[in-house]
Design a protein around this ligand. Structure first.
Ligand code: KIV
Length: 264
């Protein structure tokens, strides 16, 4: 695989070629993920749940994401690396810039922030300072206490319109990518069509420009009931590298996600 940059991902969107993303946290997995030609590795704050055993992503700190980003960077030869900005690490613009700098210096090539139009100034300031950004809309897990649980977002027309309008505002503010989590398939399709930046879906149906899953989920390592939007790619494969390649193949062909992994 060629070395992936922000330009590669933008060109893939323009050419209608889908790309694969996995959330992962260490050098060994990053090595095999990169070898399987997964274009992007997200050092997600999901590490708080799948690595640290918390119920939410809220306890994760900037230092922890920086530590795992540095490990992923050492393992991933060609994949593009995005680091998640943890809960309240971007509550105001000054802390956002300072904390983004820590993650970029640890090896990230982009940072991801959860939230809508209120973040427009932060995205703009980051763009001006050379920090690539990924927005995250729909089910934003850091707001789980505000949502009252992990629920599909944008089911009613007003909320769907709000998510679409936030997406357009953040693109205009300088966001380079957008993650859309747990929204109905038609809404994700409309947002993907409306934006010129690549849209990465998780529980957002098959019409986004890319898909992301948490590594542990796609290897079937989910101790409780697996979320509807995941699939165990290790089933029927001889080993983990083969499962990773199967994921890439299914994302690129559009075979994943199927209707059973999506929300109406
Ligand atoms: O933290 C994470 O892994 C994420 C993805 C699930 C999108 O934000």
């Amino acid at each position: 695989m060629r070395t992936i940059t922000i330009n590669t991902l933008q060109a893939m969107k323009q050419d209608g070629e889908k790309f694969a993303v996995l959330a992962a946290y260490d050098a060994t997995f990053a090595h095999f993920i990169s070898e399987a030609e997964v274009e992007v590795i997200l050092v997600g704050d999901s590490l708080g749940m799948v690595v640290q055993g918390h119920d939410t992503t809220i306890p994760v700190t900037v230092e922890q994401i920086a530590y795992h980003t540095a490990a992923v960077k050492r393992g991933a030869r060609r994949s593009f690396i995005i680091a998640d900005m943890p809960f309240m690490s971007y509550g105001d613009c000054g802390s956002a810039l300072r904390n983004a700098a820590t993650l970029m210096q640890a090896g990230a090539q982009m940072v991801k922030l959860e939230g809508g139009a209120w973040l427009a100034d932060t995205f703009h300031q980051m763009a001006e300072r050379g920090i690539p950004t990924c927005a995250h809309l729909g089910l934003t897990p850091q707001s789980v206490n505000k949502f009252g649980g992990y629920k599909v977002q944008g089911r009613d027309a007003d909320h769907a319109q709000q998510i679409l309008s936030d997406a357009i505002t953040l693109e205009q503010a300088g966001a380079d990518l957008l993650v859309l989590e747990c929204v109905p398939t038609p809404l994700a399709a409309e947002i993907s069509r409306s934006l010129s930046i690549p849209v990465i879906g998780i529980g957002a149906g098959p019409h986004t420009d890319a898909q992301v899953l948490v590594l542990y989920d796609m290897l079937g390592l989910t101790p409780s009931r697996a979320p509807k939007f995941t699939k165990n790619f290790l089933l029927g494969q001889p080993d983990i590298p083969a499962a990773l390649r199967a994921y890439v193949e299914d994302v690129k062909s559009g075979a994943f996600p199927a209707e059973e992994h999506s929300f109406k």
